[in-house]
Design a protein around this ligand. Sequence first.
Ligand code: PRP
Length: 205
Amino acid sequence: MLTIALPKGRIADETLRLFQNIFGSKFSFENRKLIMEDSGFRFLYVKNQDVPTYVLRGAADLGISGLDVLSENEYPLSYLLNLGIGKCDIVVGMKKGHRIDPSSAKIRVATKLENIARNFFATKAMDVDIVKLNGSIELAPLVGLSDAIVDIVETGTTMKENGLEPVEKIMTSTAHLFANQNSFVTRKAEILDLTNRLKEAISGS
Ligand code: PRP
């Protein structure tokens, strides 16, 4: 049985829909259960940022994460497929009307994507004071905790509702399928078979 770690939320929902289309079974987590087995697969329902950990340590053979998570570290994983789902942008957001001042030496940035933020401002030769947060990032500039945020934008509603706007796009993120390197050696045929089925399901949808 292959074990697959999924990130809670939209990517998990869309992935399970793909599995439904391919294997014709229900593929849904009951109530508050964090583990589910269906059609010879076991799924783990984990926090976004934790998916690579489950796969790196072999608790899951496969994982699905957005590029926002995967770009934060150079994980020794086998990357298999861009699923194209969970599309969002990673942007710099500031209070409406504000802009990045490239002549200023330092900027305070609230984010959970520390490395992406640091690398982005390094290209502008700006020093960045990272305020590491784990959620509700949009609040930080409103209460003077930071000058800007680096965060993901899907519909743009959260920023808009909080009087922020994207001022620069850093990258587009979509969800990728990856494997534990050891699993990919020992269970290569199974993993490649699933990868191909997913690829077909995506191109047919
Ligand atoms: C993400 C992100 C934004 C929001 C963007 O938050 O951090 O807050 O979604 O979506 P929108 O552009 O469609 O409004 P998430 O729901 O993951 O919660 P958290 O970061 O506060 O944990």
